[in-house]
Design a protein around this ligand. Structure first.
Ligand code: GFB
Length: 330
């Protein structure tokens, strides 16, 4: 990837896409193709093809997706599968038609079987049943991975797939109900503190464990992988092995934490002094989702933002952007 290359960041306004844009700009890549949703609907295949034909991107970071926390996944499974499948085929078809040099597709750690051995290695893919609370989303992401691999096999394209663990950071969705646990609870503790509420309700048993990676670390890893994965290293051997383009890559933090411990860190960061009540009628989801990121580590990459530091940064951002952040009212 050279500085003058035309780089399309699909989903540039979201949590992941906006972090990739910040990272690319910091590295001096400034020919970025960014299109707001009202300008190009990524589910519309002909609009996407026209965009690619007009703009001829060289590289594509595929961070556009319909995402949400456990509740949103359960309430809108049809939207999650349909919208993700449509966007995936539109972008991959257009990339193929216009000879994009390399595309990086972002999957998710929920593509792995619900009861995978921990930490989860890439080899666990498609070896068991999925977590029911996000099956529709996971099947769409699995289809995205296999679409990339199939184009590579049949057409010799260079479409790689990366599986991030649970992410958080600036520009997240702070909706109380639809968001992922970290931003949703941050918001609920904050609102409760401001309102002087006696208690905050947290879902499930608190026992599930999750691995959280700050989105700036994810962006750093993703830009690194676009540049090295499947490419020859200084000694001439292909990074990731001879079939690297068809090997998915986990991007994790390295450590996980229980939801109970996470709630305590969030409560402390926000400075909420009331009580926490556990609503065990809400689902726990997957018991544990901790990625083995040794493939990525072998390429020389490590995360740099600790969880407490990342949460403090995210809360500072939330306070500053309180009015413009995505704050649903559900
Ligand atoms: O972040 P979350 O929705 O994602 O939930 P998943 C993680 C855990 O936090 C679950 C608990 O055990 C929830 O029951 N939890 C406690 C809460 N309080 C809350 C709350 O206020 N909001 C939320 N959201 N959770 C998602 C998938 O699963 O992970 C997506 O549904 C995606 O498809 C994403 O893959 C990364 O890790 O359970």
């Amino acid at each position: 990837m050279n500085r003058g290359d035309n780089i399309f960041v699909a989903g540039h306004a979201g949590l992941v896409g906006s972090a990739i844009v910040r990272r690319l700009r910091a590295l001096g890549f400034d020919r970025l193709l960014l299109r707001p949703r009202h300008d190009v609907d990524l589910m519309n295949a002909s609009a996407v093809l026209k965009l690619f034909e007009d703009e001829r991107p060289d590289y594509v970071f595929f961070a556009a997706a319909r995402v949400g926390g456990i509740m949103a996944n359960q309430m809108y499974p049809a939207d999650f599968i349909r919208e993700n499948l449509l966007v995936q085929l539109s972008i991959i078809d257009a990339a193929f038609a216009t000879h994009v040099k390399k595309l990086l597709f972002l999957g998710s750690s929920c593509v792995y079987p619900r009861l995978s051995e921990q930490p989860i290695r890439e080899e666990a893919l498609m070896t068991g049943a999925l977590e029911p609370t996000n099956e529709a989303y996971a099947v769409a992401k699995l289809a995205g991975i296999v679409t990339c691999q199939s184009f590579n096999r049949q057409h010799g394209t260079r479409y790689i797939s990366v599986m991030p663990t649970n992410l958080y950071g600036e520009h997240d969705n702070f909706d109380r109900a639809a968001g992922h646990v970290l931003p949703a609870l941050m918001r609920r503790f904050h609102d409760a503190k401001v309102a002087g509420d006696q208690h905050v309700v947290v879902w499930g048993s608190g026992a599930p464990r999750r691995e959280f990676l700050h989105v700036d670390d994810l962006a750093d890893a993703v830009v690194h992988l676009m540049q090295v994965w499947g490419e020859p290293d200084a000694a001439g051997s292909v990074v990731g092995g001879p079939d690297a383009l068809n090997e998915i890559v986990n991007v994790g933090y390295g450590d996980d934490i229980s939801i109970r411990e996470l709630a305590a860190v969030l409560q402390e960061t926000v400075g909420y002094e009331g009580a926490v009540r556990w609503d065990t009628s809400q689902p726990d989801g997957t018991p544990r989702k901790w990625l083995d990121s040794s493939r990525l580590r072998a390429t020389g990459w490590t995360p740099s933002i600790g969880l407490r530091e990342g949460i403090a940064r995210t809360y500072a951002w939330f306070l500053e952007h309180h009015h413009s952040a995505r704050l649903g009212d559900s």
